[in-house]
Design a protein around this ligand. Structure first.
Ligand code: AMP
Ligand code: MG
Length: 471
């Protein structure tokens, strides 16, 4: 495997060398061949037994230099100076067809120096959830880490009960988090902090190295990327669930799928995570929280000497960047080719209607689009006529607007009850439910024959009201 290992060129404080634990009976449950091809790993495919050995960590992948990364983080608002990869190892980086480097990481492959009291392992449920949801996010066009492989370990892991263990192979633009900077800032290690900044710039925002203040330049790019990302999450009803600073990647990819969820009925205040009792990371609070997290990143970069005012100025752009990105995404979902500031009233009226009537967020956009060609039910009362006038005033015919809407409004999302169903079946040894869902989610915008069951919202009995991080 053509590994590069740039992270190990950072000062030693940034990582620890580790060896993945051996597992008794690795078995390949899923292999993402299209992703393997994008990464230029075509020669690896084929032999399921060999893949299971490599991607459980049982046999070291040739060329890999397994390390666990150190980081800190603000968890639910409180600073924790020492976190780090407690159940993950970075095997190395590969250069993909797009010319960029990607991290190949095993998640759930045993203890590391950062495991604290944890066992370093993962249960099948959370691994399967991350595989499904991260791949679905990618197909929805949202920046995210991806899933290359899912391997059962043949071992039990002990949570509240014994559960089957598994290892996920995660692919990321990098695993550099806000918390990685916080870790070095808290130790006042300016040399390592500077080296990390340079690595981050080179890897994610190379144009910034020419800027007058590259550190602030990096910060500004992260602010922009995160404003766009949160707007994209919200445009598909996604709730991350644990937006701690250790779960915020500076690449702008969605990172760490724990108790995340897609909402069914629209509710601005929706929370699923069992550990989020205060609703800190509710759907509608995500922009404020990311703004707060970015302030923590600014603080961690201050020791490198740029004046606080320039960080403040860059940070201050977040709310308007988010609002613009959200308005644009929502406007497109409502069929507007060009979204204006004044369209906010229309967007707000729509969201209010969904909220008041507890409509299914995902399907409502598809149902509204049907109305353009006189199909479906007149579900949306007075809103419909004002909206219809606005979209048809664009000089586009109804069929075109409908097509544009259907191209950005998914029919299939990884709804909680579907993910739960796939997990339950997999735990009983049946992977077909996972496989069917995974395949349908590869084309979320296109109606697929015989798959209506995977598009519909849950019945009251099927509703999942709480998700767990599974750590
Ligand atoms: P997360 O919930 O994935 O964001 O993890 C928060 C922190 O807890 C990270 O430092 C993880 O590496 C660590 N952690 C989570 N689960 C485990 C586990 N089973 N064993 C060791 N460390 C863990
Ligand atoms: Mg995490």
């Amino acid at each position: 495997m053509p590994f590069e290992n740039t992270y190990t060129q950072l000062p030693d404080i940034c990582y620890s060398r580790v060896i993945a634990a051996r597992v008794p009976r690795p078995r390949l449950l899923a292999w993402n061949q299209p992703l393997a091809e994008e990464l230029g790993l075509v020669d690896l495919g084929g032999d399921a037994e060999q893949l299971a050995q490599w991607f459980s960590g049982n046999t070291p992948l040739p060329g890999s230099e397994p390390i666990a990364l150190a980081y800190a983080g603000h968890q639910f608002g409180n600073f924790v100076p020492q976190l780090g990869d407690g159940r993950a190892v970075l095997l190395g980086e590969v250069r993909a067809g797009d010319g960029r480097r990607y991290d190949i990481q095993l998640k759930g492959s045993g203890p590391t120096p950062y495991s604290r009291q944890g066992d370093g392992k993962a249960a099948l449920g959370p691994v399967l959830r991350e595989y499904l949801v991260s791949e679905a996010m990618h197909r929805l066009g949202i920046p995210t880490t991806r899933a290359l492989a899912m391997v059962a370990t043949g071992e039990r892991v002990y949570r509240e009960q014994p559960l089957p263990g598994a290892v996920l192979t995660r692919v990321a633009a990098s695993h550099i988090r806000i918390g990685t900077f916080e870790y070095l800032a808290a130790r006042n290690d300016k040399t390592a902090l500077q080296a990390l900044v340079e690595l981050a710039i080179e890897r994610h925002y190379p144009a910034v190295s020419e800027a007058e203040r590259p550190v602030v330049g990096l910060f500004r790019e992260v602010v922009r990327a995160q404003a766009r990302l949160v707007a994209q999450w919200m445009s598909v009803g996604f709730i991350h669930g644990v937006m701690n600073t250790d779960n915020v990647a500076i690449s702008g990819q969605t990172l760490d799928y724990g108790p995340c969820a897609f909402m069914d009925a629209f509710d601005y205040h929706q929370v699923f995570s069992s550990i989020d009792r205060m609703g800190r990371y509710a759907y509608g609070r995500q922009p404020q929280i990311q703004h707060w997290n970015l302030a923590r990143l600014a603080e961690a970069l201050l020791p490198l000497g740029d004046p606080p005012e320039v960080f403040e100025e860059a940070l201050g752009e977040f709310p308007s960047l988010f609002e613009e990105a959200f308005r644009t995404a929502m406007g497109h979902k409502l069929g507007l080719a060009v979204v204006r500031k004044e369209d906010e009233a229309l967007i707000n009226a729509w969201l209010q209607l969904l909220q008041d009537e507890q409509r299914d967020f995902t399907l409502s956009f598809r149902q509204l689009a049907e109305r353009l060609e006189g199909e479906g039910e007149p579900l949306f009362g007075e809103f419909e006529s004002g909206w219809r006038k606005r979209v048809l005033d664009q000089g586009l015919d109804a069929a075109t607007v409908r097509r544009n809407m259907d191209a950005v409004n998914p029919l299939y999302i990884p709804r909680n009850h579907l993910v739960e169903r796939a997990i339950e079946a997999a735990m009983a040894g049946d992977l077909s439910v996972f496989q069917e869902l995974e395949e349908v989610l590869q084309n979320p915008f296109v109606e697929q024959p015989g798959k209506a069951e995977l598009a519909r919202p849950p019945s009251p009995e099927e509703m999942v009201i709480q998700t767990f991080c599974g750590t």
